[in-house]
Ligand binder design. Structure first.
Ligand code: AQP
Length: 339
């Protein structure tokens, strides 16, 4: 099964409205989404069904869902070109997810790093089954649209492998149905680390104050967070895999992901400079990214009805494709067609 619209290969990706979107989400995902939208038939969803794999406040979830969609547009996603929608508006995601859940071996699910990390933060008794089944829902998201490519940060690569394995299993058992997707990671910024703890991935749901720069942070606050980033007691400014130098490496990576300069050019630009200079330069880049995004975000939120109309059009376009794929998968699996 090939992607449908025109001759362009198809892209699908999403972000959970599980908190405030971070520069990690931007550099790992959103920036790539914007960059590829003219070359691919792109579907970008706000994955609210994923967000509820950990407890969410209902009013907050609704607010963050709209906010996330507005951030997609403010970051440069053009709804005239890309399809933007909310995952729960298309029931086919939940329906296919159930079918895939029934085919997903527990052994595969138990091996998922994200499940191990997130479940380790809860008591064994209270871990929701949705957290374990998260990858089957993600597989449904991707397979419903016959996506060829999935632009994500590298923390999602294991889920992509899982999706391919599950699609292959389905195709083998029931006949060729799903396209096998490939992962697309950015060259720089595939894993932005926490500013307060550069050995842990920056996450929107991490509570500590200086962990992440949020895309809607007040600009002075964003600057302050970068200026307070953890570094080390060395002096040299260069890229390094050394765990001890992870803080400086992270700042350089953020700088590289935003400026697009080569590592060599960046290192020579910072030769004979100090960590204060590096932090100031990174803070300038980050603020330079946030400022226009926030201005556009505020405009969008003040345009009554605009965001909802984008999401409605997106829902209609996405539903057409998703419902066709779901019907095909149901028929292949042996469900009686409704008359
Ligand atoms: N630190 C990161 N660096 C690069 N990319 C990142 N992504 C997330 N964090 C980083 C990418 O952002 C996209 C959306 O992620 P998600 O919201 O679906 O889930 P996540 O990966 O679990 O992101 P968070 O921010 O850590 O959310 P919470 O705290 O709710 O779990 C994905 O493409 C992801 O790779």
């Amino acid at each position: 099964m090939a992607a449908e619209n025109g001759n362009k290969p198809r892209v699908l990706s999403g972000i959970q409205p599980s908190g405030n979107l971070t520069i990690g989400n931007y550099l790992g995902a959103l920036k790539q989404w914007v960059a590829v939208q003219h070359d691919y038939d792109c579907f970008y969803c706000v994955v609210d069904l994923h967000a509820i794999t950990v407890a969410q406040d209902p009013a907050e979830l609704r607010r963050k869902t709209r906010e996330s969609a507005a951030i997609y547009l403010a970051a440069g996603i053009d709804p005239e070109i890309s399809t933007v929608f909310v995952q729960s508006h298309i029931p086919a995601h939940s329906e296919l997810a159930w079918m895939l859940t029934c085919m997903a071996p527990l052994g595969w699910l138990n091996r998922m790093t994200q499940f191990k990390d997130k479940s380790a933060k809860q008591s064994q008794e209270s871990i929701g089954a949705g957290l374990l089944n998260y990858p089957s829902l993600m597989a449904a998201d991707i397979l419903l649209y016959h996506a060829d490519l999935v632009p994500v940060g590298d923390d999602q690569n294991q889920h992509l492998e899982f999706t391919r394995d599950l699609a292959q299993r389905f195709n083998h058992l029931y006949g060729e149905t799903f396209t096998l997707p490939s992962v697309m990671n950015p060259q720089a910024g595939a894993r932005v680390m926490g500013l307060d703890n550069p050995t842990a991935k920056m996450s929107k749901s991490e509570a500590s104050e200086n962990h992440a720069v949020f895309l809607l942070d007040d600009l002075a606050r964003a600057r302050k967070k970068v200026m307070r980033a953890v570094t080390d007691s060395h002096r040299e400014i260069r890229f390094s895999d050394d765990r001890e130098r992870a803080g400086v490496n992270n700042l350089l990576t953020i700088y590289q992901a935003i400026t697009g300069e080569t590592q060599e050019a960046i290192e020579s630009g910072f030769a004979n400079k100090g960590y204060g200079d590096l932090k100031r330069a990174v803070a300038d880049c980050v603020v330079g990214t946030l400022e226009p995004l926030q201005a556009r975000y505020n405009e969008l939120m003040n345009e009554a009805g605009y965001l909802d109309s984008v999401l409605k059009i997106g829902r209609e376009k996405a539903a057409d494709i998703a419902n066709d794929t779901l019907k095909l998968a149901q028929a292949r699996m042996g469900f009686l067609a409704s008359s």
